[in-house]
Design a protein around this ligand. Sequence first.
Ligand code: TYC
Length: 102
Amino acid sequence: RPGDREEVELGVKTRPRTQRPPMYKVLLLNDDFTPMEFVVHVLERLFNMNHAQAIEIMLTVHRKGIAVVGVFSHEIAETKVAQVMELARRQQHPLQCTMEKE
Ligand code: TYC
């Protein structure tokens, strides 16, 4: 068949790839001092969650130590992390937020 000879000679088949930018998980970390209501406020304001969703994710972080709060492009993820850290710093809470490639 057409193409077979080249595939045998090269020993490879190229895999068609769609162009997708890498995505980044934004992670919220638990600590013993940041008030639960502040974390809920952050999730509502910066991650467009409703109150029930925000409480659910906050409690997941509280119980498990860490949770994904969203998945974004690199630039948006960096902005979200910076915004969380700035809100926490302004209120002098030790809340930590990081990002990780998916
Ligand atoms: N563990 C905190 C408390 O008991 C609440 C908390 C939840 C803190 C989530 C940070 O990312 C966090 N007040």
